[in-house]
Every structure is written in structure tokens, then in C-alpha cells.
Design a protein around this ligand. Structure first.
Ligand code: ATP
Ligand code: MN
Length: 456
């Protein structure tokens, strides 16, 4: 159907022109002579007002129902009230009626209720804004890396290696449900790949392969984790941005992470003014000021050991005890970001025992050159490290963990043939979208969230 996007019309270039628009009716107001329809086609956060002169057109009652889809022809004129434009209708055609049991009604808009109708919730203002921001943010991520000569690579989704330390892997199999074998090894030998396979939890290991050829690479794709935790910030399927950079040490990659986050936040603030005003008014008061402050100030940096000291002296009741060597729990992260720093903060130099085998061992013999970026309200959004480039130290770390060296031959080869210092990070895209929109549940920033017992 030939028609014009509402977003184009709202820019103002169509003044005085005759156009055709298509969309869904969002509101209807009636008076003696004139009726008003607000139409959304989803190409913009704002809607187009349609003015119907009832003496000129017989308006089909079905076209006035919330959620009905219509096609309207008419002339774009200056709005009667306020700035902007509206459409003087010459013809209003019903495309699809919307009966009164349409679940998207003004009264029933709790996010929890909407989670139960994922196929319809996108037609609300909130989800329109969330997914528009998500899209602009994704574009900005690509732009950031592209402008800086990174190669965008796509790492495998089906993988044989589990990037150790990153949670449980989903299995990929074609075995019949009643397959019986004497041993696990026999079972997998007969499976599609002739060995155990699963969905990738991270593209890092393959990303390192690409970075040791192209210097600067990034991936932006799905990762899968069979997380048993039913939290507001974990999904079984999430989108993962993973740059990997050769000739970069921990401070270099931290600088990149900070610059990238600021770049993307600025892009969202500048390119999505209507959406960000909406979030600022209805989802998180003060959101825009908070984000501009983030863009214009330095992120904090806190040594893990100092963070432990702060937590031990804290005037707060934690349910998990704090001692050097422990992993930081959400409550600890929240205290550090929300109470102590009140801005994004990198926690650096974690104890080697609680981090992964591939992280560069610091000269103190106790810690690794790793950092998590924590942000107020959410906690960790980035996991980052310099990778161990010394083949001997890497081997030793793998042996301590009883890892099967034969399945990491390629990875070890990278250290054998022209090894280089290199670093990378993983940013959970949904967590980032939560941060910039103020949405508090990760299920509300992804189209069809997958989590324990939920695959609607
Ligand atoms: P967490 O401790 O929060 O569970 P993690 O330390 O297991 O995260 P990493 O392995 O460091 O996570 O992954 C890098 C990033 O990917 C995290 O900082 C986070 O932003 C994101 N991420 C990890 N797991 C999930 C998940 N289940 N759902 C959504 N995002 C995730
Ligand atoms: Mn992490």
C-alpha cells in the first residue's frame, strides 16, 4: 500500500500536501461537528491527529475503536491548537476492526499484566519507547565501533566449548528422547556433532581468535545461559556486545568501555528526545539529568580490596558476609554504586579464585586484571579483563582448574604464535537498555523474554 510514515509527516515537510497514512487508532474524541482520532503507526513515539469533519464524511463506528487499524487520506495542515501538524481527513477506511475485548485498555497497563500479552504489549507507549531506544542504542553501538576501525564478527552460536565460569550451558542435541547409552561418552558420540555441544554463553574465545588477526573486533549477538536464578536482571537468552582488542591492557579496555557507554547514552539522549522525556516523566524521575551527568563525568574506579574494606566498615546489614576473597553479591554491588559512588564504577583486580582461567594474573600472585562495571540501580553491566597472554601462566591456570587441555588447543596456539597483550569485555545489551530507560525488569526490554519456566 502506498502511504507515508507518520514520523516523516510529524517532521513538518508535508504541510499543505495530500497524503495517505496507515496505523492503529489510539484515542478517539467526539464533538458535535468534528471527531478526532489519534493514529500511531509505530514509526514514531508521537501520534498523528486525524481531524474528521462529520458533515463531510460518514465515519464508520468501527474506525473509532481503540486498536482498530485504519487507512486515512487527507491534507496535512497546521495544527489548530499548539505547534505541529494534523491531518484533515477526506477518507477513513477500516482495515481491521478491534473488538472490545482488546486487552490494551487505559485502565489495565501494569507492566506485570502486559508481560502476559507479549504479542500485544508492544502497541503501548511504554514498549514503543523501550524498543525505539533499544534500536537506536544498537545502531549507535555499531557506529561507535565502525568509526574506530573495529571488524564486526559473528561468532558461532552452537559451540563445543563452554567459556568456563560463565554459568550453565544449554545442550544442543538431536538424540531421541528415549536414547539409551551405556555411558555419557557413547551418548554424545552418536549425537549430531559426535560430541557434546551447546549454545554459546559468550563469543569471547572466538573473539580472541579474530582479535589476534584484525586487532580490533566486536561481536553483537545472542548468548544463552541456563541461569537458574529468577531475578529481574537475568534472561536465558540475551544480547551480548563483546569487543576484543589486541595491544590493549586493562586500563586501555576500561577507557574503551567508558567511552563506548557514554557514546551510546549520548546518542539515545539526542536521537530519542520524546522517548527519553516519557521515561523521565513516567518511569524514572530525573533519568535524563542522571544520564547527562554520566556522559559528562568520569566513572569511578575502586580496587576490589578497597571495596571490601568499605563494605566491612559500612553502616548496613548484608545477608552475605563480606571478607577478602568473596564474590560481590547484588546487595554489596548496590551499596557500592547507590550509596558510596552514586555513579558507574569499575571494580578492579579481583581475587583470581573467583574469576575465570583466561584472566591475566597480576604480579601480586593473588589477583587478576579483571573489572566489572557496576551502575546504580542494576549492578554489573560489564564483565571485563585483560587476557593472560603468557602461555605458561595460562596453562598453569587451566591445570589448577582441571580443564581438558585438548579442547583448548586453538586457544593455546594464540599464545604460541605471536602472542600479544589483549583485553575485552562483555556488555549485556538488555542491562544497558534497562539503565538508559529506567525500566526495572529485564523482561520488559526484550520482545519475548526467556527465563526459567517461561518461553511464551
Ligand atoms: P551476573 O553476575 O550479573 O550474573 P556474570 O558475571 O555471570 O553476570 P558475565 O559472564 O561477566 O556475567 O557476562 C558479561 C555481561 O553479560 C554481564 O556483565 C551482564 O551485563 C550480561 N549478562 C550475563 N548474564 C546475563 C543474563 N543471564 N541475562 C542478561 N544479561 C546477562
Ligand atoms: Mn561478570
Amino acid at each position: 500500500m502506498k502511504h507515508t510514515d507518520i514520523v516523516e509527516i510529524l517532521k513538518g515537510d508535508f504541510l499543505g500536501k495530500r497524503v495517505t497514512v496507515c496505523g492503529w487508532v489510539r484515542t478517539f474524541r467526539d464533538s458535535a461537528q468534528v471527531a478526532f482520532l489519534e493514529l500511531s503507526d509505530g514509526t514514531s513515539f508521537s501520534r498523528l491527529q486525524i481531524v474528521v469533519d462529520k458533515s463531510a464524511i460518514a465515519l464508520d463506528g468501527e474506525c473509532t475503536k481503540n486498536g482498530a487499524s485504519v487507512c486515512v487520506k487527507g491534507e496535512i495542515v497546521k495544527a489548530f491548537k499548539g505547534e505541529g501538524v494534523e491531518l484533515n481527513a477526506e477518507e477513513v477506511v477500516l482495515l481491521g476492526a478491534c473488538p472490545s475485548d482488546y486487552p490494551i485498555q487505559k485502565k489495565r497497563t501494569s507492566l506485570e499484566f502486559l508481560r502476559g500479552i507479549p504479542h500485544l504489549r508492544l502497541r503501548t507507549n511504554t514498549f514503543n519507547a523501550v524498543f525505539r531506544v533499544r534500536s537506536i542504542a544498537a545502531q549507535a553501538v555499531h557506529r561507535y565501533f565502525h568509526e574506530r576501525h573495529y571488524v564486526y564478527v559473528n561468532t558461532p552460536i552452537i559451540t563445543a566449548s563452554d567459556c568456563e565460569g560463565a554459568g550453565e550451558m544449554f545442550r544442543v542435541t538431536t538424540q531421541p528422547f528415549d536414547a539409551k547409552y551405556a555411558s555419557e561418552a557413547e551418548y554424545y558420540k552418536n549425537d549430531f556433532f559426535g560430541q557434546k555441544a551447546g549454545l554459546s554463553v559468550s563469543g569471547q574465545l572466538e573473539g580472541e581468535v579474530a582479535a589476534t588477526a584484525f586487532s580490533k573486533i566486536y561481536t553483537f549477538g545472542p548468548s544463552f545461559r541456563a541461569e537458574n536464578s529468577n531475578t529481574t536482571r537475568h534472561l536465558a537468552e540475551f544480547w551480548h556486545i563483546e569487543p576484543e582488542v589486541a595491544f590493549a591492557e586493562l586500563p586501555d579496555i576500561m577507557e574503551i568501555a567508558e567511552e563506548m557507554i557514554k557514546y551510546v547514552i549520548r546518542a539515545v539522549l539526542e536521537e530519542c528526545p520524546d522517548e527519553m522525556n516519557f521515561f523521565d516523566s513516567f518511569i524514572e524521575k530525573g533519568l535524563k539529568d542522571k544520564l547527562w551527568h554520566v556522559v559528562n563525568s568520569e566513572f569511578g574506579v575502586l580496587d576490589y580490596t578497597d571495596a571490601i574494606g568499605i563494605l566491612q566498615k559500612a553502616d548496613a546489614q548484608f545477608s552475605y558476609p563480606v571478607e577478602w576473597g568473596c564474590d560481590l553479591q547484588t546487595e554489596h554491588e548496590k551499596y557500592l554504586t547507590d550509596v558510596v559512588m552514586q555513579k558507574p564504577v569499575f571494580i578492579i583486580n579481583y581475587p583470581k579464585e573467583i574469576k575465570s582461567f583466561y584472566m591475566k594474573q597480576n604480579s601480586d600472585g593473588k589477583t587478576v586484571a579483571a573489572t566489572d562495571l557496576l551502575v546504580p540501580g542494576i549492578g554489573e553491566i560489564i564483565g571485563c579483563s585483560e587476557r593472560e597472554a603468557d602461555p605458561e601462566k595460562l596453562l598453569q591456570a587451566m591445570k589448577i582448574r582441571n580443564m581438558d587441555l585438548s579442547s583448548y588447543r586453538q586457544y593455546l596456539d594464540l599464545r604460541k604464535f605471536g602472542t600479544v597483550p589483549h583485553s575485552g569485555f562483555g556488555l549485556g545489551f538488555e542491562r544497558f537498555v534497562m539503565y538508559v530507560t529506567g525500566m526495572e525488569n529485564i523482561r520488559d526490554v526484550t520482545l519475548f523474554p526467556r527465563s526459567v519456566n517461561n518461553i511464551m
